[in-house]
Design a protein around this ligand. Structure first.
Ligand SMILES: *Cc1c(COP(=O)(O)O)cnc(C)c1O
Length: 355
């Protein structure tokens, strides 16, 4: 039986990417060597790094005022690295609290400067994106979480920020739609949701926002170290970066982000339409903030929920159980998820007849 992987992360990757990635473990570019045993200083790996950086910039239409980095430590390490690199002790960073990941990011800031939480949807278990807030003058940077993996909410338009540097955690919706990336000073994303395997974190940084803090930054945590050395100051996670490169090539081959977005739209519409139609289920997130990546829904009757989960498992659906803080179901339909798998899930929902 074919297994359809709806896991929130680590998550599905395109089949062709998995095949090529497996091939490279056995024999990388006909070197007679595994990619796992090749020096990161070899010309083949330097070329992997360069092409991955170039493709990120091409997909997002970014120029040389930005630098693309592949770092380690996950998105979670970025939570404090951002504040450490951007914020002086007397300066203020503003955050919008849209869930557990925002909360974790907010928690780190006080070690480096002041933090102002402009709005939070916590009181309603983060089922919407707060929009009624303003960025005060003298804000150093404004941080948002573009897609809230656990709750299934997503910004449809990004806040305008004239003076403050706009920073986004895009871990779960990077490369899923077109947007003006030049409005951001810094974008980061753990690879394992929408880009590659766990083990590397994509950081896209506008170079001129750096060098403005007075503290001494440890070498490995200073973005400028990695900018200078093209993400190879120390041994980078070569294999995860290579798998990201394969995914980036695949995205480009789909026709770029416009085409990827159209496909994601189709998948999300199909699934939300069924959630709204089917009397056994209801959506969790506010309709206008519904994520095109993580679709959260619950059964109207708890016993039916347990039965549907069993029905899914018996029919080859994997990873669809909702996060414990939300319950119900979460169908993660990242870029690599084929429309056919979403249609398959929708058919199961249609055919589901609880006792
Ligand atoms: C998964 C996730 C993270 C955490 O990523 P790690 O790489 O595991 O640290 C952070 N932010 C969002 C939005 C996520 O979905």
């Amino acid at each position: 039986m074919k297994i359809h992987n709806f896991s929130a992360g680590p998550a599905i990757l395109p089949q062709v990417v998995l095949k090529e990635a497996a091939q490279a473990v056995e024999n990388f570019e006909n070197l007679g060597l595994s990619i796992l045993e090749v020096s990161h200083r070899s010309k083949e790996i330097v070329s992997v790094m360069n092409e991955a950086q170039t493709l990120v910039k091409e997909l997002l239409h970014l120029g040389d005022d930005y630098k693309v980095l592949f770092l380690t430590g996950g998105a979670s390490t970025q939570f404090f690295t951002i504040a450490m690199n951007l914020l002086n002790p007397e300066e203020t960073a503003c955050y919008v609290d849209t869930g557990a990941w925002s909360t974790k990011a907010i928690k780190e800031v006080h070690n480096f400067g002041k933090v102002n939480v402009l709005a939070s949807s916590k009181a309603s278990n983060y089922n919407y994106i707060p929009k009624d807030w303003l960025v005060p003058a003298n804000t150093k940077y404004l941080h948002i979480t573009s897609n809230n993996t656990i709750y299934g909410t997503q910004y449809k338009t990004y806040p305008k920020s004239d003076k403050a540097i706009l920073v986004a955690d895009m871990s779960s919706d990077i490369f899923s739609h077109t947007f003006d990336a030049t409005q951001f000073g810094l974008i980061y994303a753990g690879a394992q949701k929408n880009l590659g395997p766990a083990g590397t974190t994509l950081v896209i940084v506008k170079k001129d926002i750096l060098g403005q803090v007075t503290r001494e930054i440890p070498t490995m945590l200073d973005y400028r170290t990695h900018i200078k050395k093209d993400s190879s100051f120390n041994t980078p996670p070569v294999y995860p970066i290579y798998v990201c490169l394969l995914t980036l090539r695949w995205l480009q081959g789909q026709g770029g982000l416009k085409a990827v977005e159209a496909n994601n739209r189709k998948k999300a519409d199909l699934l939300y339409r069924e959630i709204d139609r089917n009397p056994f289920f209801k959506g969790v997130a506010a309709v206008e903030d519904r994520s095109s990546m993580n679709v959260t829904f619950v059964a109207n009757n708890e016993a039916h929920g347990a039965a549907f989960l069993e029905y899914c498992t018996a029919n080859g659906i994997s990873g669809i159980k909702g996060h414990r803080s939300v319950g119900g179901f979460r169908a993660s339909i990242y870029n690599a998820m084929p429309l056919e798998s979403v249609a398959y899930l929708v058919d199961l929902m249609k055919n589901f007849k609880p006792e």
